[in-house]
Write a protein that binds this ligand. Structure first.
Ligand code: NAD
Length: 418
């Protein structure tokens, strides 16, 4: 559907776009367009039948000027060097816009985990953790879950690291379960930041969130939590989709009951509390006040963007709009809250998890949510302040202007070595 887009090209064009509005020297911008280093490694893993298989894995450390590298590890057959480089760059600017003292990193293994047993995946994860060991650590680089990885893989990496280092260092990784040093509020954090950012945007645009109609593409962790929380704020969720299709009810439906239906049947499709079934594409082009894309990257290309009728988009997913779609939506005056702010709740609460691990003192869910709220609201205020100061049309460009300036300031104050 969407045009072929190299994510690293997208990242670099977003940086160039913002750089035009910044007083940062070209040679510094050049540094900020490339990762500091990328590990490419081949892991040899014994399968259950005794044979060996080779897997390629990457870890990109994009920028550490503001703190330790931070970012997830994904398991997917399409993982590539350029994808990991791009994702590590987006992490750098995400941690900067929400002002948490971390840099950006990302990793991945080229694998479809559905093809392997749990024991094989454990050996693969521990083999990668062994390769990563010299470059990770709570003051160096802190991985986290991403596509097809979760608490289980994080616990394996933590255990491998701690065993080889002969230490206890829960802050080497985030996204752990509570028993292993995880944080309250982490599971809901991404959906929560998506709706806090949307609420701020409605307020800024003088639009009423009470009764506003909402469509959510993707009903996984980020999407369904966003649907639940925006419903609690008084908006009406009228449409939702997952990989099997979509549901629609002009009067709105109960997002929690829709999730229960998905838990039971594997999909929102067939949910009796909604009026009709629609396609994934219908969900994206529906006449609603707010659209929340919460599935995969490049979900909306330029052609589809022409048909988008939402007034505000809050990007729960990473990179759901192609750069060409972004241009179309800018011309149509759709207010797009960029992913680096809208979905930054995940990394912000990961930062809180790391702080709690280091202090060996744990916060209540209320404190986590209050601190998250202030980081997202401050990030949004910085975005609109820059939008107005530079007379910009595109909120994404404003977010990058803020974020790049913060990273450039940290770099310039530190100077170069040697
Ligand atoms: P998830 O796997 O829990 O959910 C993804 C959902 O998208 C599933 O419901 C799936 O059925 C649906 N989907 C897949 N293809 C679709 C399609 N073509 N149309 C409609 N729905 C489709 O994943 P998640 O953790 O919710 O992540 C979703 C997005 O949010 C990803 O882009 C991820 O990178 C981003 N994100 C997540 C977090 C987090 O903390 N979970 C943090 C930052 C960004």
């Amino acid at each position: 559907m969407a045009e072929e887009v190299n994510p690293f090209d997208s990242l670099q064009s977003q940086i160039d776009e913002a750089a035009a509005h910044l007083d940062v020297p070209d040679d510094v911008i050049e540094r900020l367009k490339h990762p500091e280093r990328v590990l490419e490694t081949n892991l040899t893993v014994e399968l259950d039948d005794g044979s060996l298989e080779r897997f390629t894995a990457f870890r990109a450390q994009f920028n550490g000027d503001r703190g330790p590298y931070k970012g997830g590890i994904r398991y997917h057959p399409q993982v590539s060097r350029d994808e990991v480089k791009a994702l590590s760059g987006w992490m750098t600017y995400k941690t900067a816009i929400v002002d948490v003292p971390l840099g950006g990193g990302k990793g991945g293994i080229v694998v479809d985990p559905a093809d392997y047993s749990t024991a094989e995946l454990e050996r693969l994860t521990r083999a990668f953790a062994k390769e990563l060991r010299p470059m990770i650590g709570e003051d160096r680089d802190i991985p986290a879950p991403d596509v097809n990885t979760g608490q289980r893989e994080m616990n394996w990496i933590k255990d491998t690291y701690e065993t080889l280092e002969n230490t206890t260092e829960p802050g080497v990784i985030t996204g752990k379960n509570l028993a292993s040093g995880g944080s309250e509020g982490r599971v809901e954090a991404t959906g929560r930041s998506t709706v806090i950012a949307a609420r701020e945007a409605f307020d800024y645009l003088d639009k009423d969130l009470e009764g506003a109609t909402v469509a959510v593409q993707g009903y996984g962790n980020a999407g369904w939590i966003a649907a639940k929380l925006i419903d609690e704020m008084g908006a009406t969720v009228v449409a939702a989709s997952d990989s099997s299709g979509g549901i629609y009810d002009p009067d709105g439906f109960d997002p929690v009951a829709a999730k229960e239906h998905k838990n039971e049947t594997g999909s929102v499709v067939g949910f009796e509390g909604s009026e009709e079934e629609i396609t994934n594409e219908d969900v994206l082009t529906m006449d609603v006040d707010l659209l929340i894309p919460a599935a995969l990257e490049n979900a909306i290309d330029a052609d589809l963007a022409e048909q988008v009728e939402a007034d505000v988009i809050s990007e729960a997913a990473n990179g759901p709009l192609t750069p060409a779609a972004d241009e179309v939506l800018e011309e149509k005056d759709v207010f797009v809250i960029p992913d680096i702010l809208a979905n930054a709740g995940g990394v912000t609460v990961s930062y809180f998890e790391w702080v709690q691990n280091r202090n060996r003192f744990y916060w209540s869910e209320r404190k986590v949510n209050e601190e998250l709220e202030s980081h997202i609201v401050d990030g949004f205020d910085a975005l609109v302040g820059t939008l107005e100061e530079h007379d910009l049309e595109n909120p994404r460009t404003a977010a990058y202007v803020v974020a790049i300036q913060r990273v450039a300031d940290a770099f310039e104050e530190a100077g170069t070595f040697p």
